[in-house]
Structures are given as C-alpha cells and as structure tokens.
Design a protein around this ligand. Sequence first.
Ligand SMILES: Cc1ncc(COP(=O)(O)O)c(C=O)c1O
Length: 470
Amino acid sequence: MRRDSIIHFSRHWRGRPDNLENKTFVRAANSKRETSAVGVDALRIWHPFTSAGAGAELPRIVRGEGAWLFTDDGRRILDAISSWWVNLHGHAHPRIANAIAEQARQLEHVLLAGFVHEPVERLAEELRRVVPPALKHVFFSDDGSTAVEVALKMAVQFWRNIGRPEKNEIVALERGYHGDTAGAMSVSDDSTFTAAFTRMRFPVHRVHSAYCYRCPVGLKRELCHIECADSLEKLLMERGDKIAAVIVEPLLQGAGGMIVHPAEFLQRVRKLTESQNVLLIADEVLTGFGRCGAMFASELAAVSPDVMCVSKGITGGFLALGATLVTERIFKAFGGDDPAHTFWHGHSYTGNPIACAAAVANLEIFRTEPVFERIARIARIHAERLPEFSRNAVVGDVRTIGTMAAIELRAGDAGYLSAMRPRLYEYFLKRDILLRPLGNVIYILPPYCIEAEDLHRVYGVIEEAIGAVA
Ligand SMILES: Cc1ncc(COP(=O)(O)O)c(C=O)c1O
C-alpha cells in the first residue's frame, strides 16, 4: 500500500480512536521503515495457521530459484515442502513466468459466464490429455478448497437433478483433510483446525482410512485383506440409497499426517461405490501432477473416479487455481431447459486467463522436460534413505510414495499440536531448510527439480534434528 493511501485510510478510521487497525495504519504511515519487514509485518499481516501477531522476525523472501528461496539479508533457504506442496519445477521457472507475463499483457481477465478465451480452452484440452479418460468436463474455481466445495455441491445436485433428491449424504475418511472453507471443513476430519466450527459443519458419515501404522481395526498389513474398508461397505449396504458420494484423498492423506494407503484400499472403495451407486470424489489437490509418481494417484491404483478435484500443482505453484473434473453422466444432468438443473455456482475469477496460461505452461513442462525422471530420482533417494530412520528407536514409522517421504516419531502427544512441532521447525529453519512437520510427523515433499545432494542434506539435518529434539 502506498504511503498516501495509508494516511487516507487512517483518517477514515479517525472516529474510532481505540481501533487497532487505526493505530496500526497511523503507526505504519509514520514509520520511516515502511518497506521493512521486521516488526511492521507482525502488526499488519495476519498469517495463516499462525497465532495472531506471532513471529515478528520472519524471513523476508525476495527471490526464488529452483528449490531455493532467498531472503533480503542474504540467506538461502531450501524449500523442502514446495511452499505448501504447490511448487513443482522450481521457483520462478522462466517458462511459467513468461507465460504469465505474456498473458497479462494480452488479457488479464474476463468473466467465464457467457465468454470463453484461448487459455481456458487450451487448459481444458491439456487436462483432458492427462486425466482419466472418463473425466470429460471441467469446472474451474480458485483453489483446493473451492474445487472440493464444487465437487460436493455437484454430487448432491446431480442426484437431485436425476430425480433422486434423497441421495444427499456424504461419506468421508478419518484423518481426511480437504480444505478450510465450510463444506471442505465438514468433510475434513475433526481436528484442532475444525474445533471452533462445529455448528458450521454439515454432518457427514466418517469411515476408517487405511492408516496401517495405527491400523483402525488392529491388523498387520502383511496379513490383512483391507478390512479397514469394511466400515464403508457396511455403511453403503445400509444407507447407500441416501448417500450421494464418498470423498477420499487417493493413496495419500496429506495434512492428516502424510498417511500412505495401499492401492487395494482405493480399489476397494471404488468397487463399493460403483456397486452401491454412489459417486466417488477423488481429491487430488495434493496428489495430482506427479506428486505420487504418476500424473494422478488414482492412476497408480488404476481407479477412475466420478469426480476429481485438482489445484496446488496445477499452475506449477505460481497462481491459485482449482478445477473439478466430472464424467459425461454428471455433466449431462446439469443441462436442459429446467433452470433448477443448472449449477448455480461460480467465482469472480473462475477460469482466470493468467492462471490458465500458467497451468498450460506447467503441463508443457511435463511434456518437454524429463519431469518423471526427476520424480523417480527423488523416489529412489527416499527409498535409499528412509530405512536408516526405521532402525532409530524414536521413529515409529516411515512411509513414502513418489516424491513424498514421512518419518513419524514416537510421541506421547502425537498429533498436529505435538510439542515437537515448533522445536523441529525452528531446528530446520536455523539450518536454512524449510520443513513444517505435521506435529510428530516430519515429511519431505520437495520441488521436482531439487538437486540430489540437497535432498541428501535434508536427510542429514533430519537425522541430527531427531537426535537433538525427539
Ligand atoms: C487434499 C487437499 N484438499 C484440499 C486442500 C485445500 O486446498 P487449498 O489450501 O488450496 O484451499 C488441501 C490443502 O492442503 C489438500 O491437501
């Protein structure tokens, strides 16, 4: 915000002298260090997933390149979690940066209701080439949460449109996470994140996930027959005629603790939903675009969902964009003359041309650079390094899929709020590595371009951290 506009804003607020914002803006306007981060940042910017006002001395990032972030005071920080799982090919990748600049000069935005434009057409075509073939139609939104909201609303309205309005209940998995908006939060499992919002969340059926380390039905993977899916089977047998959809994070539950499922679990979920005439929503917001070793996790299990949500990596980590893909059968139910059958949903920036251009450039990189070789190299390093951790007495479990590796530490206070989390985070950041453990679960999820020696260094620092902190 420019200095004169800050002063103007503070005048506007003069009638409320005790207002915190007023004080903040006046102080900022008087400050000679308006562009400096330290202190000013903590007063003005409310950071996500952060206690309000905490962290007055945050690293101030001025530049990114490859897997590295550069601060204004000369530090270089290795981004080992792809900036919340979004970055794929490296920060400031020139191909995506150029596509954005070019598109911004041509057409920055036009509403997508009643209009179309080349970037959105190209993206729809590019997506069609990589998603499961049955997913023929795409609805664009803003991010992962909105892609999920769209999927849930579509699932419920689909049944209503085809004359089955009683099929309106949703099933979700234990330890699932699907975003922070009200619907996405409803299907996410109960947690610290959702505790304040009980009344805002619509009720869902919650069934077991395939968390083999803490098996919900007390079995060992070597001997089991995916009995964890029995709770879903029972529910669908009893109430399938009331259920619209089952939503899952396919093969990898992210925020719930980087839990890797056997492919057989997803396969069984697909079989059950198919046989009981219930839609399957695959939330590939995290797992999409190569994260798990194939373009989509569903592909690894040879499963084709009815609805798929994507976001995060879709633009290579440059811009927010969500997409919900559906089958012909679902799309068709929303057409015709009856206005009650229309999907009355949209966001101001739906199909934004700049975000679409970034996504097209991202998918071109998949075609023109050896992206899957890079992914395979990361997976090999994970496979090579993780066994040494499983021999450590404080490590309860190690798990990996594609570019993700997780080390779950034994903890009396296991969970997101484990006391280990801030200590580990600080330990890593002091050593110029960005890792944000999910409580007692340390995980690595790097951009695909990370150098092998940098990834090995991350493992070295994790080993030291476990010795020092755990
Ligand atoms: C599986 C999954 N779904 C949805 C979301 C929400 O995405 P966003 O943060 O872009 O709203 C996330 C975010 O981490 C996610 O991991």
